[in-house]
Write a protein that binds this ligand. Structure first.
Ligand SMILES: *[C@@H]1O[C@H](CO)[C@@H](O)[C@H](O)[C@H]1NC(C)=O
Ligand SMILES: *[C@@H]1O[C@H](CO)[C@@H](O)[C@H](O)[C@H]1NC(C)=O
Ligand SMILES: *[C@@H]1O[C@H](CO)[C@@H](O)[C@H](O)[C@H]1NC(C)=O
Ligand SMILES: *[C@@H]1O[C@H](CO)[C@@H](O)[C@H](O)[C@H]1NC(C)=O
Ligand SMILES: [Zn+2]
Length: 377
């Protein structure tokens, strides 16, 4: 009885701890990159920025130390479900049989494919956004290299499809406008099969192995580089993840992931060079502080449209009632269990007390007491 009580008490404490720590845990710092700034003192203008000295970016590009930087860690339990976010519709993404080929470039920071502005996002945002280019971020065999993280976990790689607001002339004009850019991002993981769509790009890797080299590849359906399901996504206001770090990106990170084969990922990680000898890899920026920004989710895992996220994070629309997240329900269940256990314990203690006062009375009356039952320890 006592044992069971203490086990329950322990469980209860554990659960409360888990929930309170999850709600009080604040944005993580990027101390590692701060340390690097000491090893890489401020370099002069005109020196190329690199991923080794990320903390130094802001000395030359002031926006990089802003309060709406990207990438970020996406805490899936804290994302606020927003059922009103319009679904994303793409047009002109199928470039199969297009006359004009696409230019694939190794720019020393990434592998980039130029896209025609006939490719665009027709709905999902307040304006129409035209495609300009797509590129990737990756790591090594040992270090997963996605820029965004989900619950502090990196994926092996990430794709970014960069779009600019069609009210501006081109990407460079739009880049420093507050409503200038939209990036559609997808997490790339490892699957059992070759990804034939990614192979359209990866097959040309050896042609762009040196920095600043480029090649032409035939048009294909670019839609197939993104996840199948575009309805489930995270949304937040952020920035370019490379200098000049303009805070002008309306970010969409899809929840559904893309897979390529181990061999395909290895080709991306090992083929390209930056500079003379250096491998072009680990081209991802450290997740940045949220500074109070909210991440929204277009989806929820609750079956009946219940809100997800931390308590109070979900703003009910007029006429709808408050919903409880899975965490809240668990907390309430354990709370109830604890209360019941406590009551049972008090009852037990009371009965014991009664029994022993009876024994004392019996002893006083010189009656030899014989226990009827053996108590469990
Ligand atoms: C991003 O797009 C959403 C949906 O159209 C919009 O509500 C939000 O204001 C946009 N963010 C910015 C910074 O423009
Ligand atoms: C954007 O940059 C251009 C120069 O490239 C400048 O003329 C313009 O004022 C900038 N706009 C904003 C909103 O910073
Ligand atoms: C982004 O910023 C715009 C205006 O600056 C705001 O209306 C919108 O709610 C923000 N969106 C998110 C997802 O924080
Ligand atoms: C997708 O959403 C689920 C449910 O919130 C979450 O557990 C998972 O980590 C998400 N994955 C990605 C890649 O966003
Ligand atoms: Zn990027």
């Amino acid at each position: 009885m006592f044992k069971a009580f203490f086990i329950l008490l322990f469980l209860h404490g554990l659960v409360l701890n888990t929930f309170s720590s999850s709600s009080s845990e604040e944005e993580d710092d990027d101390g590692s990159s701060k340390k690097e700034s000491e090893e890489h003192p401020l370099k002069g203008h005109g020196v190329h920025w690199g991923y080794e000295d990320q903390a130094a970016w802001s000395s030359e590009y002031s926006h990089c130390s802003g309060k709406s930087q990207s990438p970020i860690n996406i805490d899936s339990r804290r994302a606020v479900y927003d059922p009103k976010m319009p679904p994303i519709t793409l047009e002109g993404y199928d470039l199969t049989g297009d006359d004009s080929a696409l230019t694939l470039l190794n720019n020393g920071h990434t592998l980039q494919l130029s896209l025609p502005n006939t490719m665009h996002i027709v709905s999902g945002f307040d304006s129409e956004y035209r495609a300009a280019q797509l590129h990737f971020h990756w790591g090594t065999k040992e270090v997963p290299g996605s820029e965004h993280t989900i619950d502090n976990v990196h994926f092996p790689a990430e794709i970014h499809v960069v779009h600019y607001n069609s009210k501006y002339a081109d990407l460079s004009k739009a880049a420093n406008q507050s409503d200038g850019l939209v990036v559609l991002g997808g997490f790339i993981g490892i699957g059992l099969h070759e990804n034939d769509n990614y192979e359209k790009i990866l097959a040309a890797l050896t042609d762009v192995s040196t920095e600043e080299s480029n090649t032409e590849i035939p048009g294909f359906n670019v839609r197939h580089l993104l996840p199948n399901n575009l309805k489930r996504f995270y949304r937040y206001n952020g920035s370019l993840t490379t200098p000049p770090c303009f805070q002008t990106v309306n970010w969409t990170m899809f929840n559904d992931t893309i897979t390529v084969s181990r061999r395909q990922l290895a080709a991306l990680e090992e083929t390209l060079k930056a500079g003379r000898q250096q491998h072009l890899n680990k081209n991802f920026r450290t997740p940045q502080l949220l500074h109070g920004r909210q991440v929204f989710a277009s989806f929820t895992d609750m079956p009946t449209g219940a809100g997800r996220g931390r308590l109070g994070g979900f703003v009910p629309s007029p006429g709808s009632s408050d919903f409880l997240s899975r965490g809240d329900i668990l907390a309430i269940a354990f709370g109830a269990l604890f209360a019941v256990t406590l009551l049972l314990f008090l009852l037990f203690a009371y009965l014991q007390h009664k029994k022993y006062s009876k024994i004392r009375e019996d002893l006083r009356q010189n009656v030899i007491y014989k226990p009827a039952t053996k108590e469990e320890s």
